[in-house]
Design a protein around this ligand. Structure first.
Ligand code: HEC
Length: 122
C-alpha cells in the first residue's frame, strides 16, 4: 500500500518506456514491419527505401515517435501503409524502436558522459 503512489506515478506517465511495452512492440514489429524495415539492432532493411529501426530511433524521441505513429506516420509517405493503431500499440512500437538506439539508451534519458550524474547525498 505504501508504494501505491509509485505505481500510480508509473501508470500515469505516458512517455515512459517499459520492458513490457518494448516486448509487445517487438512482437508487433515482427508481424507488421519486418517485411520492409530492419527491425533489429543490426542488418539492412529488406526494402532499401525503408529506414532501419535503429536509425529511426536516433532521429526521434519516444514521445515524437509515438505521436507520429498515432497520427499515421504514413501521411506523407507513399510506400508505407497508413496504419490504424491504438495508442497502446503506438506506445509499444515506439518503445521498441527507441530501445534500439545505439547503446540501448532512450534518447530522453541522459546519454552517459553527456551530462554528469548528480552526486548522491551523503
Ligand atoms: C510496405 C513496406 C513498409 C512496411 C510494412 C512498414 N514500413 Fe515504415 N516505412 C516504409 C518506407 C519505404 C519508409 C520511408 C518513407 C516512405 O517512402 O514511405 C517508411 C518510414 C517509416 C517511418 C518514418 C521514418 C522517418 O524518419 O520519417 C517510421 C517511423 C516507420 N516507417 C515505422 C514503421 C512501423 C512501426 C511499421 C510497422 C507497424 C512500418 N513502418 C511498416 C515502408 C514500410
Amino acid at each position: 500500500m505504501k508504494y501505491l503512489w509509485l505505481l500510480l506515478f508509473f501508470i500515469g506517465t505516458p512517455a515512459a518506456a517499459d520492458d513490457a511495452a518494448v516486448a509487445r512492440g517487438k512482437a508487433l514489429a515482427e508481424v507488421n514491419c519486418a517485411s520492409c524495415h530492419a527491425i533489429e539492432a543490426a542488418g539492412a532493411s529488406p526494402l532499401a527505401a525503408a529506414p532501419r529501426f535503429p536509425d529511426i530511433a536516433v532521429s526521434f524521441d519516444l514521445a515524437d515517435l509515438e505521436d507520429s505513429l498515432n497520427e499515421g506516420v504514413a501521411a506523407d509517405h507513399t510506400i508505407m501503409p497508413d496504419w490504424q493503431m491504438t495508442s497502446e500499440q503506438a506506445h509499444a512500437l515506439a518503445s521498441y524502436i527507441i530501445s534500439l538506439a545505439p547503446g540501448g539508451k532512450l534518447k530522453s534519458e541522459a546519454v552517459p558522459g553527456a551530462q554528469p550524474d548528480l552526486a548522491a547525498a551523503p
